[in-house]
Design a protein around this ligand. Sequence first.
Ligand SMILES: Nc1ncnc2c1ncn2[C@@H]1O[C@H](COP(=O)(O)OP(=O)(O)OP(=O)(O)O)[C@@H](O)[C@H]1O
Ligand SMILES: [Mg+2]
Length: 350
Amino acid sequence: MTCVESFDLLATTVLLLNQSGEVVEANAAAEAMFGRSRRHLIGQPAAFLFDRDTALEQSIRQACSGEVDDCRQFAMTRRGAEAVEVAVTSISLTQQPWSALIEIKDIEQRVLVDRSIRMVDEIETQHELLRNLAHEVKNPLGGLRGAAQLLESELPDPALQEYTRVIISEADRLQALVDRLAAPQRMPVQWQSVNIHEVCERVCALVRAEFREVAILRDYDASMPEFRADPARLMQALLNIVRNAAQIMTGSDPTRSPHITIKTRVARQVLLRHKQHRMAVVVTVIDNGPGVPISLQDRIFHPLVTGREGGTGLGLSLAQDFIQQHGGVIEFDSQPGHTEFRLLLPLEPL
Ligand SMILES: Nc1ncnc2c1ncn2[C@@H]1O[C@H](COP(=O)(O)OP(=O)(O)OP(=O)(O)O)[C@@H](O)[C@H]1O
Ligand SMILES: [Mg+2]
């Protein structure tokens, strides 16, 4: 089967463009998407298939000339008389007979974005509730622990200390949980100039030290500029994601050599939480582990949701919180053998 024939098997619409931005190949999904036959699509400037949109025209041009690697944005197109909103990704191709590839996804993508916004609001409410609860639990917990210590020193029989030890260690465990729940609220965001690759390198070093059997590969975008962010929060968010991947892969399938890739890219014209940004930082963490269990997929960003023995289920919810404080969002796609978590952050000029 040729490469072009295999495009026909894809459910997503794919157009292949020449250097002038004209369609040279279109797959079967493209015929359905635009309601036109392949013969009518080939030779058309790709930008003409959408409602006039200068940002889109620019990114198609830039992808064809190789100025940008990839760019994702929303656009409007027409299927007969029907106006359809689509998500368009223009990808520059190198060492291929075509200059660029355009991938178009139907409105579903938008629904996903809306859903993630709704989820973000929902999680924010839950977090608020948990933080208040954490606050309420903190003082009595301190009292309990103090009283257990006093009791321990007064106990006539040292064998009874076994019980006070349990009270104290369980109080400490709860205290740690309560501290993690309250954490994001405590410190103000420390905005400064951040080099994302330094953050990635620190996370790599930490995870390598902890999980020796997991290979960590890096695929960095050398053109990534520094941007304004809170480096401690970014690092914690990324660390939580990379640690999850490493944890899930250790001991899961001994025939598969576990590896994690950390990829950075600059994306252009990205819609993040209702706001269109000229540029965004995308940090993608890819693992070849078993994937997020289907039963958890709708809920993993919610606090206290865990699929791991001994997990508190706070890692991803904190990570999502931290990235949201930057106006960004964390998304994921997962199937057995390939799980991707993407941190999307607005790239604010310094
Ligand atoms: N890369 C991944 N592959 C498969 N499952 C994952 C991955 N990342 C997260 N998960 C699932 O999502 C769940 C929630 O993750 P989260 O980090 O929020 O909590 P946790 O790791 O269980 O506990 P904590 O991070 O608080 O110690 C995990 O328990 C795991 O089941
Ligand atoms: Mg975790």
